[in-house]
Write a protein that binds this ligand. Structure first.
Ligand code: ADP
Length: 616
């Protein structure tokens, strides 16, 4: 089971960070402005209700005429209607804004994740980061929409009540307002504690569920090893932790609510006592006293909301940091400024001839040169040291040798998934960094050992290589790579849906589809990375045969574990410790009786033995 890094609860709110996050909300001013206005008006209406009550009480106290009460009731009704309309408005605005923000943040993250180079993904915690991102984005959008609304409403409400009270009677107002600081302190303290405990409960719960599932799934092993008692003890231990956390959470709620009630009632009591004295001395009306008592009881709700959202902001700070730091990560492998400018001027001048690539260079590849290429993944361990290689159009280069020798690295460098630390990789004599990434991508066809297929039809999967390919072109590509026959044998031919990751196909069949997918884009460079190493000999022959046909007139690189795949390569390079140990054709290398010869003979013997075993 993968252990998630512990999520910290930030003790300080990083205003700079939240300002940057808030920009996502600012992009939706059309919703943000009505949201803020509705929060403002809503708080004013909420603050106006005690005034209406005051008016009614004063009319009654002064023995006014019954018809004077009618307008007051009308105002009350009007305010309630306004309140209802505003509630409708803010739910629509906050819901809309939350949805838009979540979409924007997720889209930006997705775009950045696609732009980032392989070395970003080499770093250990990225897998965890990516799996967390969706939840992080949702959390931020909720805070930016609903949290913002609560914060606005709460602050406006407290402010509106305070100002109204100060206007009505400042001395009485100060007595009631004196209860606010302890109310704020208690609310912030308890909300924070309750959020932390809720998080602990969730964590315990997840552990219990995981342990429950594991216990059931592994019941046979448990029984065979006689580990039932230990498992039960462990389970009980986890349940006890969960129980303690739940009791703690309930205890916090049980203390919090009565505590704020006591603080509130002290305010109300003081208002009642001092206000009562004022009524007796006729300094204020009875209506004013009633309004004050009502205000004193109204402070808890907005302050509680503000404290809650503050706690949530603190709790979500780590999520905010993760998202913003991903968005701030600039891709290291990208088009240089000169290349971007060239592409821009070409697209605006609109005189792009077919023979010219989008970045202004010719698109026909005659040769690829590795010139003194030095490379390291971590700037410490050198994988390639002044590596040199020239490949001409029409040639197939096979890379063989011990695992960890550097074969995949060479291919990753040609594909510009990584760039040389020193030296150059040149296409027709021009450093590929002077060309655009889009140009290079268009020239590459790559077939990996475990190709990823999408859940869709065979047709859709092959067409993924070139989205405007016609069904005829798809069939043509499939025929060229020898995939057509097996596809026709599938239930619905090209329309067969192949399941997630191509689950319904064998590895070899997946390779064939991936081969057709690479071919359909008509790339000038073909790369096969161990494509035939884990498939049956029959499919290997099909692929081999397809390779012969497809590689003609192109430049191709083949990493092969099975040497039978690459017998006809123009050059076979034995790569070991980042260097070319041997180089030549199959026949030349066999004649040398070196490393390749031994690899070949060993494999030949092993396969011969396996075949003999299978036959006999
Ligand atoms: P091969 O394809 O011949 O098995 P590789 O090119 O994969 O060899 O690896 C060459 C060396 O680079 C090995 O020492 C390997 O551990 C290291 N290496 C490969 N990929 C990475 C990576 N993403 N990050 C760090 N080191 C790597």
């Amino acid at each position: 089971m993968t252990q998630e890094p512990e999520e910290e609860f930030s003790s300080k709110i990083d205003l700079n960070l939240w300002k940057r996050i808030f920009r996502f909300a600012l992009n939706h001013k059309r919703l943000l402005i009505p949201l803020t206005l509705s929060a403002l008006v809503l708080s004013l209406i909420d603050a106006a209700f005690p005034i209406v009550t005051m008016m009614a009480v004063d009319i009654v106290e002064n023995e006014g005429v019954p018809k004077d009460l009618l307008p007051v009731a009308g105002i009350y009704f009007g305010l309630t209607l306004g309140l209802a309309g505003l509630v409708y408005l803010f739910i629509r605005c906050a819901g809309g804004i939350s949805h838009h923000i979540a979409f924007d943040i997720k889209r930006d993250c997705f775009k950045r994740l696609q732009e980032l180079e392989f070395s970003f993904y080499d770093k250990q915690p990225t897998g965890w980061l990516i799996s967390r991102l969706t939840a992080d984005c949702d959390r931020l959008s909720r805070i930016l929409a609903w949290g913002f609304l609560d914060l606005m409403w709460g602050s406006f409400f407290v402010l509106a009540m305070s100002i109204t009270m100060l206007i009505l009677n400042w001395k009485l107002a100060l007595i009631v307002l004196a209860t606010i600081p302890p109310l704020v302190a208690v609310s912030i303290y308890f909300q924070r504690k309750m959020l932390l405990t809720s998080r602990q409960i969730r964590k315990h719960n997840a552990r219990i569920t995981a342990s429950y599932n594991e216990g059931i799934a592994g019941v046979k092993t448990t029984k065979t090893l006689g580990r039932e008692t230990e498992n039960l003890n462990e389970f009980e231990g986890m349940s006890t932790d969960m129980y303690s956390a739940s009791v703690h959470r309930a205890l916090l709620s049980a203390i919090y609510l009565p505590l704020v009630m006591i603080i509130g009632s002290i305010g109300s009591g003081l208002a009642l006592w001092y206000g009562g004295l004022n009524v007796l001395s006729e300094a204020i009306t009875l209506g004013t006293l009633v309004a004050f008592i009502s205000y004193a009881g109204n402070f808890f709700h907005p302050i509680n909301q503000i404290a809650q959202i503050m706690a949530e902001i603190q709790g979500a700070q780590a999520a905010g940091e993760r998202v913003m730091s991903l968005l701030a990560t600039e891709p290291k492998i990208r088009d240089s400024e000169q290349v971007s400018e060239k592409i821009h001027s070409h697209s605006t001048s609109n005189n792009q001839s077919e023979a010219t690539a989008i970045d202004g260079h010719e698109s026909y590849i005659r040769d690829i040169d590795f010139s003194d290429v030095t490379f390291s993944y971590d700037r410490k361990n050198t994988v390639l040291n002044k590596f040199n290689l020239t490949v001409k159009r029409g040639q197939t280069i096979a890379l063989v040798g011990p695992s960890g020798g550097g074969k995949s690295t060479i291919i990753s460098l040609v594909s510009r998934f990584y760039e040389p630390v020193e030296g150059e990789i040149r296409f027709n004599g021009i450093d590929y960094r002077e060309r655009s990434l889009a140009w290079l991508q268009a020239q590459l066809g790559i077939v990996l050992q475990t190709p990823h297929l999408f859940n869709g039809s065979v047709m859709e999967n092959i067409r993924y290589g070139r989205l405007d390919a016609t069904p005829e072109e798809v069939r043509e590509a499939a025929t060229l790579v020898n995939a057509h026959d097996f596809i026709m044998k599938l239930e619905d031919g090209y329309d067969t849906v192949i399941g997630e990751g191509g689950a319904r196909l064998s590895t070899g069949e997946r390779q064939l589809i991936s081969f057709a997918r690479a071919l359909i884009a008509d790339p000038q460079i073909f790369i096969m990375d161990e494509a035939t190493s884990s498939i049956d000999t029959e499919t290997e022959k099909l692929i081999q045969d397809g390779m012969q046909r497809v590689f003609k007139g192109r430049i191709s690189f083949v990493i092969a574990h099975r040497l039978s795949t690459i017998r006809s390569a123009d050059q076979i390079l034995v790569i070991s410790k980042g260097e070319i140990e041997e180089q030549g054709t199959h026949a030349e290398l066999l004649a040398q009786r070196g490393h390749y010869y031994h690899l070949y003979v060993n494999q030949f013997r092993r396969e011969g033995e396996e075949n003999a075993l299978e036959a006999g």
